[in-house]
Design a binder for this molecule. Structure first.
Ligand code: B4P
Length: 190
């Protein structure tokens, strides 16, 4: 079983590159951002709660996202493996994920960490905001808050996975195809 954490700051290309990895390796894509946006679109109680955090560029509470991932893992017991995209985003989420996967005897195989310069992140997200209508991509101060939240709460996960010898830094600058090639070369070896 192949379990990949696709990691990086907002706009690093996680969602974009997950599409390539799914096609190449037949894994199930679990994006907490996509799951939360589906809940918002369906107007659920969870979605309403999450929306307030997402619009400000803050993280949704750990218990909410951990619960969503737990139910997806339980619903896909026969999967060849998973791509975790945008999850974990805090050390507590990473610990919860390790516990859930250990219970099945299928640990994380590797954490692929996309490295992109700050100005490029801002440009990509503002560009997406013009097309997607995503409120959190349309305001530079919200984007900068997301990057600050990443630096403070999410980037410590690099050390967390380094300690487990599972961290792989990937240059996330360049064309989508170039970056996909770099990721595939690492996953081929896992
Ligand atoms: P996400 O949906 O995970 O959003 P993201 O980090 O902004 O996007 P991603 O990194 O996937 O986008 P991509 O670069 O592919 O999260 C949204 C919000 O949900 C969070 O802020 C938070 O509030 C909440 N949330 C989600 N997960 C959570 C968790 N675990 N815990 C708590 N809260 C959580 O795409 C960016 C743009 O760049 C695209 O337009 C793409 O086309 C473009 N792009 C990509 N690669 C490019 C390249 N090489 N060159 C040029 N453009 C490129």
């Amino acid at each position: 079983m192949l379990n990949i954490v696709l990691f990086g700051p907002p706009g690093a290309g996680k969602g974009t590159q997950a599409e390539f990895l799914i096609q190449s390796f037949g894994l199930i894509h679990l994006s907490t951002g996509d799951l939360l946006r589906s809940e918002i679109a369906a107007g659920t109680k969870l979605g309403l709660e999450a929306k307030a955090f997402m619009e400000k560029g803050e993280l949704v509470p750990d218990a909410v996202v951990i619960g969503m991932i737990k139910s997806k893992l339980e619903a896909n017991k026969d999967a060849k493996g998973f791509i975790f995209d945008g999850f974990p985003r805090t050390v507590d989420q990473a610990k919860a994920l390790d516990e859930l996967l250990d219970a099945n005897g299928t640990p994380i195989s590797g954490m692929l960490s996309l490295e992109v310069e700050k100005q490029e992140l801002i440009n990509r997200l503002l560009n997406r905001g013009k097309i997607s209508g995503r409120a959190d991509d349309q305001d530079q101060s919200i984007i900068e808050n997301r990057i600050n939240v990443y630096n403070e709460k999410t980037s410590p996960l690099i050390e967390y996975y380094k300690k487990q010898n599972k961290h792989f830094g990937i240059n996330g600058m360049g064309t989508i195809e170039e970056i996909a090639g770099r990721l595939k070369a690492v996953v081929d070896k896992l």
